[in-house]
Design a protein. Sequence first.
Lengths: 534, 184
Amino acid sequence: MSAVIDDHGHAKDDHHHGDHHHGYGGMMRWITTTNHKDIGTMYLWFSFMMFMVGGTMALVIRAELFSPGLQIVNPDFFIQMTTMHGLIMVFGAIMPAFVGFANWLIPMQIGAPDMAFARMNNWSFWILPFAGSLLIMSFFVPGGAPGVGWTMYAPLTVQMGMGMDLTIFAVHLLGMSSIMGSINIVTTILNMRAPGMTLMKMPLFVWTWLITAYLLIASMPVLAGAVTMTLTDRHFGTSFFNAAGGGDPVLYQHIFWFFGHPEVYIIILPAFGVVSQILPAFSRKPLFGYASMVYATSSIAILSFIVWAHHMYTVGMPVTGQLFFMYATTLIAVPTACKIFNWLATMWRGSLTFETPMLFALGFLFLFTMGGFSGLVLALAAVDIQLHDTYYVVAHFHYVMVAGALFTAFGGIYFWLPKWTGKMYNETLGKWHFWLTMIFFNITFFVQHFSGLAGMPRRIPDYPLMFETWNKISSIGAFGFGFSQLLFLYIIVKAITSGEKAADKQWEGADSLEWTHLPSPAPYHSFETPPAIK
Amino acid sequence: MSATGASHLSGDNRRMLVKLSIVAALMFGFGYALVPFYKAICVALGINSLVPIATTTSKNTQVDYTRKVSIELDANAHRMPWRFKPLVGNVEVHPGELMTVEYEIVNTRDTPVTGQAMPSYGPQHAGQYFSKLECFCFTKQTLAAGETRRMPVVFLIDPKLPADMKTITLSYTFFEVPGMGGKL
């Protein structure tokens, strides 16, 4: 496999310098491209499409929950919606979005001509549409899509129809794509930095992706193992999770969350990286505590492998186990707080301006901290037993996933769009997008803390009358949030087609290589000769 | 580390690809290694077991060790071609203690014979203190021509047995079940 990749890499390096216009045209250009910028663009558009699909599912959920009783969908379809919403948003929207950022930015920020394995990079992307199709196809097979929740807990997964098999294969493909992408990123960062670009001079975005890529390489194969065990339990007579055959469904939860907890940091660490680029640029100050940011990111990554069972306090583990996982989990608050304080200190006495990327970064800072605090509440075993599987959990992880990862992705797109396309977006509309998103996000999810504390369980299509007001508010917010994202699409398309020309260094405080050494838009092949790093 | 030439780089990159792929493959194996690891942890901590693990051998606290009762065993076959006898004539048990005794039957006829044993007790009201967990008298017995069979009776004497009852006779009598033709 490596020989094939390197042959193609050579062919490109030796014979195709700067000749992308003489290659395939039209659709074939995108299918065959090995250019990191093309692939980054495809990742971002793919993730936006999946964001729309997953968002539509969220709106089906919120429409059903607008009133108590069953109005629109039956319970079977409802749980299929919650399952697929989770899987598509996590694996189809957020992860590919940040891989898109990685593809666009890592080579430019370290002064490399392209990713290390250009052909494998193309494969990593083109696996995704097949995985996404398998997921969506599962709606049209007998039994429909799996209604098991995105965590795919046994024993329900063992009993589902063939939609479950399609989902398992989709997870296999997504895992392969992530592992290939991660190997590419680690190799690029470790082997292809420009002379003088030492590890501790790398922009923090590159650092966070280096650590994230290691997390992916270590955790994705474990998920692949878990779903493979589910598959063999279903069809090949094994009994890993089947209690009747001597297996244990709780074992699945351990294996899944051994992957699942690093996974949440896989999602959020690149977002930390993006924020660490945006905040200094609009504060016109260097990032405060660069080295401590690197160490904090690394310790979060290491700790993420020993806290998984805080997702399963209610399985009946011994109290010693609960205490261990509780203390280990609360320990993560230390490096995380270190990062939050560093960001605040970065802004301290800076000359702040509030363009759209900065607004999204500040929105992230505010809301992610709230999500972190509700996470600390949930980390306490004694409290979690009351809150487990309630809407409090739903509110918590949407504060860290949506306001954490998605807000930063928006901020990052506004921040780098001038560099990627050479065009500026409409700042007024961008601010509108931010404020609509910010307000509707909080309308949707803040009330879920209350319904959760009052005991409303997640993943149910119907609920007692006492939860009605909260759910009505939440549903109204969700529709507002959803439609606000059409404005985002309009802003981006408008900018690309008829935006004003962007300056080479659009943001005066931005200081990484793509701003200081490259024109806007960044040329198709950049840094073919490495830049000199002072 | 830094970019010094394409050929040098691709060698470095290939080594890195192999190393990281091995890590990924090992982590796939690690997922499977969690299975025995999980079971070992559960056993070591004594959790998640469907059968409660006995920490000490359970003791029967109901046994009355202060006295003994003599059980006389008697066996008869009523108008049957069977030789029927207990292997021992009498046993001594503490009330509450589990006891097993064995009987032997020989079918002396050249055709199969079916019989049913009926117990009787002396004194008669000792019967209510006699609990049998297993007895050949619970079902009909069919012996083939010339067959010899040993069969157990598992019983205990209720500790509530009156103190003046020192000897109990347990007597079984086999009756032929006619019309069975030796078949059950």
